[in-house]
Design a protein around this ligand. Structure first.
Ligand SMILES: [Ca+2]
Length: 332
């Protein structure tokens, strides 16, 4: 049997982060080396505690270390209002009683340090999947720019290449929450795939999918409770009866980009303007870029390209998600 490739999940749980973790485990494809938390949906201390509780709920708390993320975004204040979507403590209506803390020791190594160490231990092999703001990854790169060249692949949920945003008219939440970090990462030369709203807003989970997960037994009870809370939030915000699978899609794309339609190009993050803070300006490598030859700033960035989702791909992600989740039962 071929060894499963090493991966780190860098996450700000968050409901869809929790689902992304269960989906990752359910694929059976990956050797999860660490679950690194980052502030985002909630401040860093709460996402750290949520990450710990999730490793216990999914029975990996003795195998997968959880690291505490950066205490705040690089230059901005932490976001504090995601409870409208993710619930008071970030995981729907779950509490310390339904999702108790892990019994694992608290580790002194930060998320950024763990990312750096693992990039050295698994040089050229490590996949990093980020489903929150890019603060930890940026700190790793600031400390050691070589990180960009040691990881095999960096896949993140964030941005909006050619569609409107979800936190402002032009910005997606993860990038908006720490735009400076995102700019550090996307100008680093790291081999990235951006799993943005252009793709994630197409892979929706609806009531029939929820019923399928509900019928799968107690191992998906936590997931269905989280999904119900998430779908209620989307309904309250005018999103209809379905919710997008943002974070799980990023994990899916780590293994198979046919869930996406992808184009090569550079992504430059707006961080100077408060109005357009966190906008991801996508500059395709394709011929139409000829229009922009008068801009030295853009030309300089065109050596730092990555893969950017411009829509859903040919393979049905929602179907894969619903089939995969029950393969890794959670408790609670
Ligand atoms: Ca997230």
């Amino acid at each position: 049997m071929t060894a499963r490739p090493p991966i780190v999940l860098d996450s700000d749980p968050g409901i869809d982060d929790a689902l992304a973790l269960q989906y990752l485990l359910g694929t059976g494809r990956w050797d999860l080396k660490a679950y690194t938390s980052v502030g985002g949906n909630l401040p860093a201390e709460q996402t750290y505690l949520n990450a710990r509780a999730l490793t216990r709920a999914f029975g990996i708390d003795t195998d997968v270390p959880v690291h505490r993320g950066a205490g705040r975004p690089l230059t901005r204040l932490p976001y504090t209002a995601a409870s409208a979507f993710h619930g008071p403590a970030g995981l729907g209506n779950e509490t310390n009683e339904t999702l108790p803390d892990s019994t694992a020791a608290h580790l002194p190594e930060s998320s950024a340090r763990a990312l750096l160490r693992l990039s050295r231990e698994y040089e050229g092999e490590l996949t990093v999947c980020a489903t929150g703001p890019l603060t930890n990854v940026a700190i790793a790169l600031l400390e050691d720019p070589g990180f960009a060249h040691r990881v095999r692949k960096f896949v993140f949920m964030g941005g909006a290449a050619q569609v409107p945003g979800n936190i402002t008219p032009v910005a997606e939440f993860n990038i908006w929450a720490d735009p400076d970090a995102a700019e550090v990462v996307l100008s680093s030369g790291i081999p990235f795939t951006m799993v943005d709203l252009d793709a994630s807003h197409h892979w929706l989970l609806g009531p029939a999918d929820l019923a399928t997960l509900d019928a799968a037994g107690p191992g998906t009870a936590l997931a269905t409770r989280l999904l119900r809370a998430y779908m209620d939030a989307y309904r309250r915000h005018g999103g209809g009866d379905a919710c997008p699978l943002h974070d799980p899609l990023a994990v899916g794309a780590c293994a198979d980009e046919s869930f996406l339609t992808v184009a090569e190009g550079a992504v430059i993050v707006e961080s100077a303007s408060e109005l357009t803070r966190g906008k991801t300006v996508f500059v395709p490598t394709a011929a139409q870029r000829g229009y922009y030859t008068d801009s030295p700033a853009l030309t300089a960035r065109m050596i730092l390209t990555g893969r950017v989702a411009l829509g859903p791909g040919t393979r049905d992600f929602t179907k894969d998600f619903v089939a995969t989740l029950p393969r890794w039962p959670g408790v609670g």
